[in-house]
Write a new protein. Structure first.
Lengths: 242, 242, 242
C-alpha cells in the first residue's frame, strides 16, 4: 500500500541527510517528505529557537501540505518534535514511529533524558558558541556512527550543522503522556545504537512510555541513516504499516 | 541424528499452529508431535480446566505414545506445562527447551509472572466470558505478532481459541525449582518478542531459573511460529541437540 | 589499510586456538600475532604464575617484536592482560579491543567480576589440582560454546589447558581506570555469549568502564573463535580500524 511518511531528523541534521532512506521508501511506492525543522535551517537564529518553534515548524509543514494519514517518523531529538506535534496533528496521523528517539513525559526536556556527562558537555559548548551546540568528532565517531569506516564518519560529520540548544532545555508542551494519545505507535531500535549508554538505554526505558507499542529492530548504529539506509527503510516500513 | 520432539503450544493456540515449524523439523529427519493440551480442544470445559489438567494431558500423551528420549519444547504458557510434566516424565526426557516460555518456581502461577496490567485485563475478560480469556486483537497485533503484516496478523488471530483462565491462576505443582531437575535445559529467545515488556523480560529473568542452561536466539516475535517458521525450526534444533 | 593485530587469548586457551580468526584477518591484509601468555604454555608452573606474569609476557612479546601501532585484542581473561599491559605499551598502541573481555578497575581481580557460584567452583577445583583450574565440560558445552554441535564442543574442549588460578585471584596492577588511558577503545559483544550470566553481563556492565568506546556486535557464543571465525574476524576489523 502507498503510505505517506514524514521523516523528522535529529539534532545537528537536516532533512537532506534522511534522503537515502526516503529514496528506498519511495521505491517501495510511498510518498515521503523530509522537512528541515526550524533551528536547523541556514540562517536560523540558533540562539533563540526552542523546542516549541521546532514543533510549530513541523505542524506547519504537515498542514500546509495538507497531508493525511501520515506516518510521522522521528529520529533521536526528532522524537521530542513528533511528540509535541502529535496532539495538534492527530486527525491527520496514521501512526507515530520513533527511531531511537526521545519520548518525553509532560514537562520534560531532552536534557532530562540524557546522562549527566552529556548535559555538562552541551552546557559548556553552548556557553562558548552563542547557545548552539556541536558534537565533538570523537564522540560522533565512536558512539554515534560506530559502524562506519573513518571516511564515512568524516563525510557524514561534515554535513552536520550547529544545533539550537534551547530545543534541548525547553520542556515539552505535551498535555498528556504519549501512551494516552489515541494513535498507533511503533518503536524502532537500531541494535548497535550506543549514542545513549546501554545502562540508560533507548529501549525499553523510553519506548515503554508509549504504552502499547509495536517493537522492531534494525541493523546499525544511531546513524543507520548513513550506514544502513536500506535496512532502515525496510524496518520503517514494517514499523509504519497498518 | 533423528530426535523426537514434542512441541507444546502456548495459550490460545492448539498444536495445529505449530505444524509449519514441525514440518521443517521433520524435513531435517526428526519425529515431531504437536499435541493439543486439555483446555484448548474443541468442546473442552474452559470454565473448569486448570493447569494440572493441562499438565496431565501432556504426560498422558507422552506415555500413551511410549515416547523415549524426548525433547519437550514449550512455548509461552507451554513452559508452565512442560515444567509441570518434566518430573513425572523424567526417564523419558532428553532435554527441556523453553521458547520464550514461562519457568515457574514452586507454587507460582502464570499470572505471578506477567505485568499487573495483563492480570487486570485477563481478570476482566474472564469474568465476562465464563472464565475463558481472549487477547484483544490490538495487543496481539502490536505486542505478539509485531513482525507480521496485517493480513497475517488477522489470519493467525482468527485461528486462536478461548483459553481456560484457571491455567493462569492455578499454581504450578512442581516440587522443586526447575534448576534442580537432572535434565538438560535450553532457553530460546526470539529477539523481537515483546509479549512480555522488555523491563520484565523472558530472558534473563525467567531463563536463569533453569540454572545451567543453553541459550540460543532466533529471529522473530512471540509468534515466530507464524512469521519465522524456518528460522525457529533451525533454532529449536540447535537448542535440542545432544 | 594493513594494520597490526595482537590477539590475546582467554583462560584455558593458547594462541593456537585464535589462528582461524587470525587467518581471516591476514587474508584481509593485516599482520596478526597470537602469542601464548605465560601460564598457558607447556611446562609453565601453573601453581605459581599470576596475572603480573601473564601481563609481563605480553609486554615482552610486543617489545621484542618491536611492534608499532598495535591493535591489542583481548578475549575474556585476555581483557585483564591487555588492560595491565596497555599503560606500559602505550606508545606502541593504536587501540584496545575487548571481545567479551574483563575490564578491571584498579585493584580488582578477575574473580571480583564473576558470579559467586563461579568463584566457589574455581576455588574447589584449584584446591584439588595444584592451584590450576579447569572448566567442567557441562558448563563449557552449555554456557561457553552453546552455538556449537556436540562434536565441535568436544574437539574444542580437548584443546584447552589447565589454567593458573593466581591469574584470577591476583589484583590488576593498573594505576588508573581504563577510561582514563589515552588510547582508542572498542568493545565487541558476541550476542550469544552467556559465559557470564545475562543478569551480570559483559556489556554494558564491563564495557562502560572504558569511558568513551566503540561498540560492535558479532554472531556467536563466548567461543565464537571456534564457531564463527569469519564473522568474528570481520567484527574485529570494524572494532580495530582507525
Amino acid at each position: 500500500m502507498a503510505d505517506t511518511y514524514v521523516l523528522v531528523h535529529g539534532a545537528w541534521h537536516t532533512g537532506a541527510e534522511l534522503e537515502p532512506v526516503a529514496q528506498h521508501l519511495r521505491q517501495a511506492g510511498h510518498t515521503v517528505h523530509c522537512p528541515t525543522l526550524a533551528g536547523n535551517r541556514p540562517g536560523d537564529d540558533r540562539a533563540r529557537i526552542g523546542l516549541a518553534d521546532a514543533v510549530a515548524s513541523l505542524v506547519d509543514f504537515v498542514e500546509q501540505h495538507q497531508l493525511q494519514r501520515v506516518r510521522l517518523v522521528g529520529h533521536s531529538y526528532g522524537g521530542m518534535v513528533i511528540s509535541g506535534a502529535a496532539e495538534r496533528l492527530l486527525p491527520r496521523l496514521a501512526r507515530l514511529v520513533y527511531v531511537n528517539a526521545f519520548v518525553p513525559q509532560p514537562g520534560e526536556c531532552l536534557n532530562d533524558l540524557v546522562p549527566p556527562h552529556y548535559r555538562a558537555l552541551f552546557d559548556g559548548v553552548a556557553a562558548a558558541n552563542g547557545n548552539a551546540v556541536m558534537l565533538p568528532f570523537e564522540i560522533w565517531r565512536e558512539a554515534f556512527i560506530n559502524d562506519a569506516d573513518l571516511a564515512l564518519a568524516k563525510t557524514a560529520y561534515a554535513r552536520l550543522n550547529p544545533h539550537p540548544y534551547r530545543t534541548f532545555t525547553e520542556p515539552s508542551a505535551i498535555g498528556q503522556p504519549m501512551a494516552a494519545l489515541a494513535v498507533g505507535k511503533s518503536y524502532l531500535n537500531c541494535v548497535l545504537d550506543v549514542a545513549l549508554p546501554a545502562s540508560l538505554p533507548w529501549h525499553p526505558r523510553l519506548s515503554e512510555r508509549l504504552g502499547l507499542f509495536r517493537y522492531l529492530e534494525c541493523a546499525g548504529s544511531h546513524e543507520a541513516w548513513f550506514t544502513e539506509p536500506q535496512s532502515l527503510a525496510q524496518a520503517i516500513e514494517k514499523a509504519g504499516r497498518d
